[in-house]
Design a protein around this ligand. Structure first.
Ligand SMILES: NC(=O)c1ccc[n+]([C@@H]2O[C@H](COP(=O)([O-])OP(=O)(O)OC[C@H]3O[C@@H](n4cnc5c(N)ncnc54)[C@H](O)[C@@H]3O)[C@@H](O)[C@H]2O)c1
Length: 450
């Protein structure tokens, strides 16, 4: 099939790479010329395991090409009135000022599609968008075609993306399910044909209405965020009783009605999706007169949980951290990515620096991104980012783990003990072995771990 993917971010690039690896002809476009220039040279602008290999193979096979605009991409793709082109919209939908999804990039893409469409097409929304957005996209494209006095057949479908950063390639090739939202039998047949090679069973291709598909994405992310916030609240109860949340979690998770996934307490969720999607769903519910009591609670608990580590540190060391050196391990919002959007490390490091601490941080891959996020703190010398986890811990009064990178489990903790000033560990993800650390003489505090 001939496919245009609009947006070369996490979702767009992964979609373009994985679709082109199964013999589809794909053009991936982005308005950021530096991104396209890097991609054309084979440089992947994000850290995502396995992505480079798929991109390289698809470029080599001639199935994946890049372009700097929808118009140019559409021309490169060519049109054939007998064949329907697929156009995926995978641009950002950031949080607007009032918390709702900002659709400016989606609608700008729709406008450009309407201005450039040169043959029959199915436009597919992969971006996470509020209920009713497909209608807005359809209206914008139709308006542009009307102005051009063009009568081109097109449809708009919804196909939300569920990939996990850090495991995006595997998720694309081995999805739990693929949601196809359309009211058209022709569109449904085309998308089933496209995705057939990616599923083991036909039942994994879930076909629903467009609005249902739009809501499935928000409801899924909000459900996962709810489980995390719920467990964080339970961890706080565990703290007060001095009992171990890990035992409570294991007991709950072994109930087949509950299951173990997304029940790990920690120092709050971040990333490009959960925080903004919960907020957007709050606004979606309010827009139709539903009071989002549960969703508001999920968000409030997460905001509080992002202060958890700082409060633990202050409880142990006092409010004035002047002259104290704190080492932070992990800057990305989760392991196996360099994405720092809404990362818990940001709240913590800013709070520590504000309280007077000198912070030295480390992350296996997010250093470059962190240098942008913390440009001010790096400039005024309050923060240093080291290439080595042990070097970051040199003479530290405490080591705080924020992201559960596997590499932190492999640290030589005897060496760490000899490196730090005080053997104190705060484990914001319950990632390390408390017994082993205590045996070495560390003071250890996890989240809800007695
Ligand atoms: N990142 C994730 O893990 C994830 C997972 C599932 C769904 N989503 C959703 O997918 C969407 C995209 O997310 P992302 O993380 O890939 O965003 P991103 O910010 O990484 O990438 C978006 C890209 O779109 C480009 N762009 C914007 N307007 C354009 C236009 N008119 N033409 C061409 N390119 C344009 C931007 O330059 C950018 O490179 C969002 O709605 C997000 O909520 C993200």
């Amino acid at each position: 099939m001939k496919i245009l993917v609009v947006g070369a971010g996490y979702v767009g690039l992964v979609t373009a790479a994985c679709l082109s690896s199964k013999d589809n002809q794909v053009i991936c476009v982005d308005t950021d010329p530096s991104k396209i220039a890097r991609l054309e040279k084979g440089i992947i602008p994000i850290y995502e395991p396995g992505l480079k290999e798929v991109v390289d193979a698809s470029i080599a096979s001639g199935n994946l090409k890049f372009s700097d605009s929808i118009k140019n991409g559409m021309t490169k793709l060519g049109s054939d009135s007998a064949e329907v082109n697929l156009i995926f919209i995978a641009v950002g939908t950031p949080q607007g000022e009032d918390g709702s999804a900002d659709l400016r990039y989606v609608l700008a893409a729709a406008k450009e599609i309407g201005q450039s469409l040169n043959g029959p097409a199915i436009v597919i929304n992969k971006s996470t968008v509020p209920v009713g957005t497909a209608d807005l996209v359809k209206g914008e494209i139709a308006w542009q075609l009307f102005q051009r006095k063009c009568f081109i057949d097109f449809d708009v479908a919804s196909n939300p993306e569920f990939l996990k950063e850090g495991a995006a390639i595997d998720d694309f090739f081995n999805p739990d399910r693929i949601v196809i939202g359309t009211e058209s039998e022709t569109t449904k047949a085309q998308l089933i044909k496209l995705y057939q090679p990616y599923v083991k069973q036909a039942s994994q291709l879930l076909t629903v209405g467009v609005k249902e598909a739009e809501l499935i994405k928000y409801a899924s992310n909000a459900m996962l965020a709810t489980r995390i916030s719920f467990m964080n609240e339970i961890a706080n109860v565990c703290d007060r009783f001095g009992i171990n949340v890990e035992d409570v979690r294991a007991g709950m998770g072994s109930d087949s009605r509950i299951g173990p996934a997304f029940l790990r307490p920690g120092c709050g969720y971040g990333g490009s999706c959960f925080p903004k999607d919960v907020q957007a769903l709050v606004r979606i519910a309010q827009s139709v007169g539903v009071d989002p009591i549960v969703l508001n609670g999920v968000e409030s608990r997460n905001k509080k949980q992002k202060q958890y580590l700082f409060e633990q540190i202050v409880a142990k060391m006092g409010k004035d951290l002047d002259g104290r050196k704190i080492c932070v391990w992990g800057l990305a919002f989760k392991p196996d990515t360099d994405d720092m959007r809404e990362a818990s490390s940001i709240d913590l490091i800013r709070a520590l620096c504000h309280a007077g601490a000198a912070v030295t941080a480390h992350d296996p891959v997010a250093k470059e991104v962190a240098e942008h996020v913390f440009a001010d703190l790096l400039r005024n010398g309050k923060l240093k980012i080291e290439d080595d986890a042990l070097a970051a811990a040199k003479d530290a009064d405490a080591v705080v783990l924020v992201t559960e990178w596997a590499a932190y489990k492999q640290i030589d903790f005897k060496k760490l003990k000899a490196t730090v000033k005080a053997p104190v560990v705060f484990d914001g993800r319950n990632h390390l072995d408390p017994a082993a650390l205590k045996a070495l003489g560390f003071s250890y505090a996890g989240v809800g771990r007695a």
